[in-house]
Design a protein around this ligand. Structure first.
Ligand code: NOJ
Length: 567
């Protein structure tokens, strides 16, 4: 070691807006490749071990060289960092940990000079408990306008000693915390679907709605091209706050007709908020956009967030979670395209982010293994060779698909999950709140390696790193891969260059082969083939391979877990 996130018919979700869906089929976000930067782990300019905005600015050329269209910045706002910045104390500032307000202005203009669009994270479901609104709510007492910005309720039982309902926090433990009133006695309880330091806002309160319109305008005025909307499916709760048996997967609800949606997720009322925000963005020139982080299923419910008068995109988490088999991949791709196509939105594709096991490791787990929420020193480990091989194949498949693709920092290096972080270094609130039963997301958040032989692998000028970096990461460093034929970095670069020149990422996909073991489709004159089967697959006669995720057989056939682009 170095250094210290149904079953309803689609018709239920027909577009409600007046604008016909095809009037502007060329907006940049319809086919953009968007690179997620997790600021604390990308580049550290001041050497304190935590990445910062000036660090990002100095490394922007990496994104240009890579060939992406836009970057998405996870939160950099003033925050006590109870949940790595997803607990926002001031929506209009920059945390000193990451720099100053002028640093974000510099970053935005430096990105624009390079032709890169900038998306920022918006966290509207909850504030930090250190936000001035919550600090004012505590002394203001029950029934006050200050408390009405949040979800305060009396407890159950004669003395109110039990939480108002049985909801659980996503990070473990109850979703309610009791406060002491002014007389020092235990009083009301407040709702927090995440950490205690993340009180949920009351979106029935017009003041909350007005404040977020103003926050959108603040960042739109500063030149951002869009917003990634955190917990977009959570803002509106069922009015009666009814009890709920916790779902098996805490970040998503089943949402099927057989199993009704949980009272805290994906309530129909959220959509009015996004129609309102759509109107705010429409006041601005330059194709501004929003992408929903909504862990909902089925995909039709996800697509509802991207109707023409709401957000422009929604993350396709069903795709991220799909099994690495030809039938599963075929099904999720087909259903995703149908669902988003029905509302005139582009499909998004994503394999990794700061909340899930990196796909170079995830895909190395046995196909029937349950999806782990963090991997620790004593846990069963994925097969690293198989994982990277499948990750590369999955990436080439993804980058050909019509729609917008999201990349997570470090995946272009083939970076695996950091699986040996000592438990005492863990910072994800999940670890503590679950009573040390769920390790959480630190393993995908470790600062990324730039230079094999530099302190902190070139993350910063010193050895400092807020999470320890594995010794094995030298071989993944950018300088070890740049210019090296066949390296994961060069595969990403070639893919992004070819995607642009060949017009991939857009158009109509035409399946060529039944999805038992080999997936084959055409997009324009490009043929994309992924072999999931045990035997090598032959390409159609006369095709020329443009790019492959791994070496081909001597006779030109495509081995197991390899994707090729051919013509
Ligand atoms: C989703 C974010 O991606 C995750 O990191 C965060 O913990 C929760 N929302 C709460 O804001």
């Amino acid at each position: 070691m170095r250094g210290g996130p149904g079953g309803r018919r689609l018709s239920t979700y027909a577009p409600t807006g007046a604008r016909p869906v095809d009037t502007q089929p060329n907006e940049w976000w319809r086919r953009a490749v968007i690179y997620q930067i997790y600021p604390r782990s990308f580049a550290d300019a001041n050497g304190d071990g935590v990445g910062d905005l000036p660090g990002i600015t100095t490394r922007l050329d990496h994104l240009v060289d890579l060939g992406v269209d836009a970057l998405w910045l996870s939160p950099f706002y003033p925050s006590p960092q109870a949940d790595a910045g997803y607990d926002v104390a001031d929506y209009r500032g920059v945390d000193p940990l990451f720099g100053r307000l002028e640093d974000i202005d510099k970053l935005i203009s430096a990105a624009k000079e390079r032709g890169l669009r900038v998306i920022v994270d918006l966290v509207p479901n909850h504030t930090s408990s250190e936000h001035p609104w919550f600090r004012a709510a505590l002394p203001a007492g029950p029934g006050s306008p200050e408390r009405n910005r949040y979800v305060f309720r009396a407890g159950k039982g004669p003395a109110g000693n039990d939480p108002p309902n049985d909801w659980e926090s996503n990070f473990g433990g109850p979703a309610w915390t009791r406060v002491a009133e002014r007389d020092g006695r235990p009083g009301q309880w407040y709702l927090h679907l995440f950490d205690t330091g993340q009180p949920d806002l009351n979106w029935d309160n017009p003041e909350v709605r007005e404040e977020f319109r103003a926050i959108l305008r603040f960042w739109l005025d500063r030149g951002v091209d869009g917003f990634r909307v955190d917990v977009a499916h959570g803002l509106v709760k069922q009015a009666d706050l009814a009890d709920w048996r916790p779902p098996v997967e805490p970040l998503s609800g089943p949402g099927t007709e057989a199993a009704p949606r949980p009272p805290m997720w994906d309530q129909d009322g959220v959509h009015e908020i996004y129609r309102d925000w759509h109107r705010v963005l429409a006041e601005y020139p330059g194709e501004r956009m929003m992408v929903a982080e909504a862990w909902v299923e089925p995909v039709e419910r996800m697509a509802a967030y991207a109707r023409p008068d709401e957000m422009q995109q929604a993350f396709n988490f069903e795709y991220l979670l799909a099994a690495w088999t030809a039938p599963a991949q075929y099904a999720v791709i087909t259903r995703s395209l149908e669902a988003t196509g029905a509302v005139g939105a582009p499909t998004t594709w994503v394999l990794s982010n700061h909340d899930v096991i990196r796909h170079a490791s995830r895909l190395g787990l046995p196909l029937d293994a349950p999806r782990p929420r963090g991997i620790g020193p004593g846990d069963p480990k994925p097969d690293p060779v198989l994982g990277l091989r499948r990750a590369r194949a999955a990436t080439l498949l993804m980058l050909a698909l019509p729609g917008s693709a999201y990349l997570y920092q470090g995946e272009e290096l083939g970076l695996p999950e950091a699986m040996d972080i000592p438990d005492e270094y863990r910072q994800d609130p999940t670890w503590e709140r679950s009573g040390h039963t769920v390790r959480g997301r630190d393993g995908c958040r470790v600062p990324i390696p730039w230079e094999a032989d530099a302190p902190s692998y070139g993350f910063g000028p010193t050895d400092a790193s807020w999470l320890p970096q594995p010794e094995s990461w030298a071989e993944y460093a950018l300088d070890r891969q740049r210019g090296v034929p066949g390296s994961t970095y060069e595969m990403y670069r070639s893919a992004l260059r070819l995607r642009r020149s060949l017009g991939l990422g857009q158009g109509t996909l035409a399946w060529q082969e039944a999805p038992d073991e080999v997936l084959t489709f055409r997009l324009g004159d490009v043929l994309v083939l992924t072999n999931f089967g045990a035997e090598p697959a032959a390409l159609p006669a006369g095709t020329r391979v443009l790019l492959a995720s791994g070496p081909l057989e001597a006779d030109g056939r495509v081995p197991t877990d390899v994707t090729v682009w051919a013509r």
